[in-house]
Design a protein around this ligand. Structure first.
Ligand code: L3W
Length: 445
C-alpha cells in the first residue's frame, strides 16, 4: 500500500521537511532531480560556516532522536571526544526491525539523497571522516538505491575527498545487516560493523567517546538524519516554530507517524506533533474497519506498553505517552481489535524477543524463553494456578538495571501491560485448564 502524506500536493520544505520532495514525485533518486528540488543547498550553507555553527544550529533546533529513545541529536553530537587527528565515524542506524515500524524504509527507498545530504552535514559538524549506513538486510531496494546514490555522488565530488572543493572529505559505505534485531542497539550495531558478534557493549563509555574500532562515533537513526538538511536550510528557529497540532507538546519539528492493524487506511503521514492517538487512528488511518472495535494499541513498536481505548485522547509525543504509562517509541501505532485474544498475541511478541536475544546476559537468555514457555502453556490449555504471578515476577526480574541492555526490559513492556489491562483473559484460560472448582478451592485457601 502506498503511504499517504497528508497535504501532499502543497507540501514545501517549510511545511513538510521530511517528505516535501515527494509532493510531486513518488521517489527522488537521481542527482539532477534532487538538485532541482533544492538538493545540496543545505550542504553548501554548512560548508560555508564552521562545523561548530552547524552543530549549534542542530543543537538549538532540538531534534529528539527518532529511533525510539528521543535523546537530542545536537547534545549527542556535542559529546564527541575532541579531535586527536585519528578517524571519527558517523553511523546511520537503518536497522529498522522494530515490529510494526516501516518509516525509515520509506525515507531510504524514496529519498536516499536526502539521507546522504543529512549525513554529509552531520559528518562535517562532528568532524567525521567516514560513515556507514547500517541497513537491515531485508531492505534490499533501499540498500540498492543508497548504493547507487553514493556512486553518483562520488562521481560528482559530493562524497569522497575535498567535497565541493572544500577541506571536508567523507567516505560513505552501505553495510547490510544479517537479520538481528539487537543490531538496533547502537553498541551491538558497532560490534557487528566491526565483524564481531552483535552483543551490546557496556555504556559508558558511550560511542561518542569509544565507538567503532574504539574511535569517537555518533550513531543516529535515519529519520533523525533526514531532518538535518531542512534545519540548515531554514534555521533552528523555523524548526522550533513549526506549527503544532492542538494539545500540549514538547517536541519541535514533524514526525512520520503511522498506523497498522485492522484500520481502513493503514499508512504513514508526516505530521506536526500534537495529534492524539484517536486523531491518528480515526482521521488519518480512516478508523477501525467495519465491525471492528479497538481494544488496545501499541504506540511505537513491540517494545512499548499496550494502552487501551481509555488512552486514545493522549497526544502521541515522548512525554505525554510516558505519562500515560508507555513510550512513544517509533510513533507507528499498532492497533489491536476486540476479536484478538491477548494471550496468543503477547506470546507471539515474546517469541520474537526470545529469538532475538543475543544470549549474552543470563536474565535475558534464560528469562525470555521461560516467559514463552509459560505463555505457551496458558495458551495451549495447560496453564497452572500461579502462572500469571510467575510472569509478573519475570517482568520485575528482567527490568532495567537487571539486564545488560534494554532488550529484555523492552520485551517486558507489552507483557506487563497486557497483564495489567487484560488479566481476565489469562485467568480465564487457566481456569478452563485446571477447572473452576480448583480455582475456587485455591481462592478459599
Ligand atoms: C552520551 C549520555 N550519550 C544516552 C545516547 C545513547 C543512545 C541514545 C539513547 O535505546 C530504546 C530501546 C529500543 N551520554 C547518554 C547518551 N545517550 N545517554 O542516547 O540512549 P538510551 O540509553 O536512552 O536508549 P537505548 O538503550 O540506546 C532505548 C530502541 O531504543 N532501540 C533502538 C533502536 C533503533 C533502531 C533504529 O534507529 N533503526 O533500530 C534499541 O534498543 O526501543 O528501548 O544513542 O548513546 N549520558
Amino acid at each position: 500500500r502506498i503511504p499517504i502524506y497528508g497535504d501532499r500536493a502543497t507540501a514545501t520544505s517549510e511545511t513538510k521537511p521530511l517528505t516535501w520532495r515527494l509532493a510531486h514525485h513518488d521517489a527522488v533518486l537521481d542527482l539532477a532531480t534532487y538538485e532541482s528540488l533544492r538538493g545540496f543547498e543545505a550542504l553548501k550553507i554548512a560548508l560555508n560556516q564552521s562545523p561548530d555553527d552547524t552543530l549549534n544550529t542542530i543543537k538549538e533546533a532540538v531534534v529528539k532522536g527518532r529511533g525510539g529513545a528521543g535523546f537530542p541529536a545536537g547534545i549527542k553530537w556535542s559529546l564527541m571526544a575532541p579531535p586527536d587527528g585519528g578517524p571519527r565515524y558517523l553511523v546511520c542506524n537503518a536497522d529498522e526491525m522494530e515490529p510494526g515500524t516501516f518509516k525509515d524504509r520509506l525515507l531510504m527507498e524514496r529519498l536516499p539523497l536526502q539521507l546522504i545530504e543529512g549525513m554529509l552535514i552531520s559528518a562535517y559538524a562532528i568532524g567525521a571522516t567516514a560513515g556507514y549506513i547500517f541497513i537491515r538486510g531485508e531492505y534490499i531496494l533501499a540498500a540498492e538505491r543508497l548504493t547507487a546514490a553514493i556512486e553518483e555522488l562520488k562521481a560528482n565530488n559530493l562524497v569522497g575527498d575535498n567535497i565541493l572543493g572544500s577541506d571536508f572529505s567523507f567516505d560513505l559505505h552501505v553495510h547490510t545487516g544479517a537479520g538481528r534485531y539487537i543490531c538496533g542497539e547502537e553498541t551491538a550495531l558497532i560490534n557487528c560493523l566491526e565483524g564481531r558478534r552483535a552483543n551490546p557493549r557496556t555504556k559508558p563509555p558511550f560511542p561518542q567517546v569509544a565507538g567503532a574500532w574504539g574511535r569517537p562515533t555518533v550513531v543516529n537513526n535515519v529519520e533523525t538524519l533526514h531532518n538535518v538538511s531542512a534545519i540548515i536550510l531554514h534555521g533552528s528557529k523555523w524548526y522550533q516554530d513549526l506549527p503544532k497540532a492542538k494539545g500540549v507538546v514538547e517536541t519541535p519539528g514533524t514526525k512520520l507517524f503511522g498506523c497498522s492493524g485492522l484500520v481502513n487506511d493503514p499508512g504513514l503521514w508526516e505530521l506536526p506533533f500534537g495529534y492524539t492517538a484517536r486523531e491518528i487512528i480515526e482521521d488519518f488511518a480512516g478508523g477501525m474497519q467495519e465491525g471492528r472495535t479497538l481494544k488496545a494499541w501499541l504506540p511505537g513498536g513491540a517494545s512499548t506498553d499496550f494502552l487501551t481505548a481509555e488512552h486514545l485522547d493522549t497526544v502521541v509525543d515522548f512525554d505525554t505517552i510516558q505519562k500515560a504509562g508507555s513510550r512513544m517509541g517509533t510513533g507507528l501505532l499498532m492497533v489491536v481489535d476486540e476479536e484478538q485474544d491477548m494471550v496468543p498475541l503477547v506470546r507471539n511478541l515474546e517469541i520474537f524477543f526470545q529469538r532475538e536475544s543475543c544470549g549474552w546476559c543470563t536474565p535475558c537468555r534464560d528469562g525470555l524463553p521461560w516467559g514463552v514457555k509459560i505463555l505457551t502453556a496458558i495458551n495451549d490449555g495447560e496453564g497452572q494456578i500461579g502462572d500469571v504471578e510467575k510472569l509478573e515476577g519475570l517482568t520485575r526480574d528482567l527490568w532495567i538495571g537487571k539486564t545488560f541492555c534494554a532488550h529484555a526490559p523492552g520485551a517486558m513492556e507489552p507483557l506487563m501491560s497486557a497483564i495489567k489491562y487484560f488479566r481476565p483473559e489469562f485467568d480465564q484460560k487457566i481456569a478452563q485448564a485446571v477447572g473452576e472448582d480448583v480455582i475456587e478451592a485455591a481462592a478459599n485457601q
